[in-house]
Design a protein around this ligand. Sequence first.
Ligand SMILES: *[C@@H]1O[C@H](CO)[C@@H](O)[C@H](O)[C@H]1NC(C)=O
Ligand SMILES: *[C@@H]1O[C@H](CO)[C@@H](O)[C@H](O)[C@H]1NC(C)=O
Ligand SMILES: *[C@@H]1O[C@H](CO)[C@@H](O)[C@H](O)[C@H]1NC(C)=O
Ligand SMILES: *[C@@H]1O[C@H](CO)[C@@H](O)[C@H](O)[C@H]1NC(C)=O
Ligand SMILES: *[C@@H]1O[C@H](CO)[C@@H](O)[C@H](O)[C@H]1NC(C)=O
Length: 233
Amino acid sequence: MATSWPGCRNMLCLCMLGLSSVLTIATAASATGGGGGGGDEAALLAFKAELTGGALTSWNGSVSFCSWEGVSCTRGRTPPRVVGLDLLKGGLAGTLSAAIGNLTFLRALELGFNWLHGDVPASLGRLRRLRYLDLGYNAFSGEIPGNLTSCVAMEQMLLDANNLVGRIPAELGNTLTQLQVLRLGNNSLTGPIPASLANMSSLWHLALGNNQLDGPIPPGLGGLAGLQISTSP
Ligand SMILES: *[C@@H]1O[C@H](CO)[C@@H](O)[C@H](O)[C@H]1NC(C)=O
Ligand SMILES: *[C@@H]1O[C@H](CO)[C@@H](O)[C@H](O)[C@H]1NC(C)=O
Ligand SMILES: *[C@@H]1O[C@H](CO)[C@@H](O)[C@H](O)[C@H]1NC(C)=O
Ligand SMILES: *[C@@H]1O[C@H](CO)[C@@H](O)[C@H](O)[C@H]1NC(C)=O
Ligand SMILES: *[C@@H]1O[C@H](CO)[C@@H](O)[C@H](O)[C@H]1NC(C)=O
C-alpha cells in the first residue's frame, strides 16, 4: 500500500485501527528442554515473591501450580511446563522477577494494566517460544533490553504506556521476523526508528506515538504489505 507522510515530525504515531489480540494457547509441545533450576514452580514462586496483589492469593500449595490463577500448562507432559501466564489487570504491584526467564515453555505473558515497576528483565530473551508479550500500561522504567531480540517467535509485543527510556534496539526487525504487532507508544524513548523495522514483513500494527523519537521514517517501512499507517499529533 502506498503511503505518504504529511507533516511527520518528532512526535510520531503509526497505527492501525481495530487491533484484536485474541491469543489461543494450544496444548504443547516438544519433549525437549529441561526444567532448569528449581523447575517452573520455583520460578513462579520467585515471580510471586516480588509482587503483591489479589490475583496471587490462589498461588499456594493447596493445588498444583498449573491450577493457580492465570497459569496455563502443557497437557500430557511430565512434569508439566507453564505455557501461559495471564494476569492482565491482576491488581499486581512490584517488580518483575528475572526468574520469569526460567519459564522456557512460555508462549504468552500477559501482565498489562498492573502497577509493575523497575526494569524489564533481560532474561526474557531466554523465552524462545514466546509469541505474545504484554507489559503495557505499567510503570516499567529503564531501557528496552536488547535481549528481547532473542525472542524469535514473538508475534505481538506490547510495551506501551510505561516509563521506558533509551533507544529501540536496532536489531529488532532483523530477528523478530514473525512480529505482527509492536506497541511502544507513550514512553520516553529517544533516538531513531530502526531501519530494521522495514524487515518485519508480517507487521501490520505499529504504534510509536508519544515518545521523543527523531530522525527519518525508515525507507521501506511504508512499503510493508498490509501495514496501514497514520500519523497523529
Ligand atoms: C532459574 O534457572 C537457573 C539456571 O537453571 C537456576 O540456577 C535458578 O535457581 C532458577 N531460578 C529459580 C527461581 O527457579
Ligand atoms: C489457596 O488457594 C485456593 C485456590 O486455589 C484458595 O481457595 C484458598 O483460599 C487459598 N488459601 C489461602 C490460605 O490463601
Ligand atoms: C542476554 O543475552 C546475552 C547474549 O545472548 C547473554 O549472554 C546474557 O546472558 C543474556 N542476559 C540474560 C539476563 O539472560
Ligand atoms: C534486512 O535484512 C537483510 C537480510 O537479513 C539485511 O541484509 C538488511 O541489512 C536488513 N535491513 C535493515 C535495514 O536492517
Ligand atoms: C497513548 O495513551 C493514550 C491514552 O491511553 C491513548 O489514547 C493513545 O492511543 C496512546 N498512544 C499510543 C501511540 O499508544
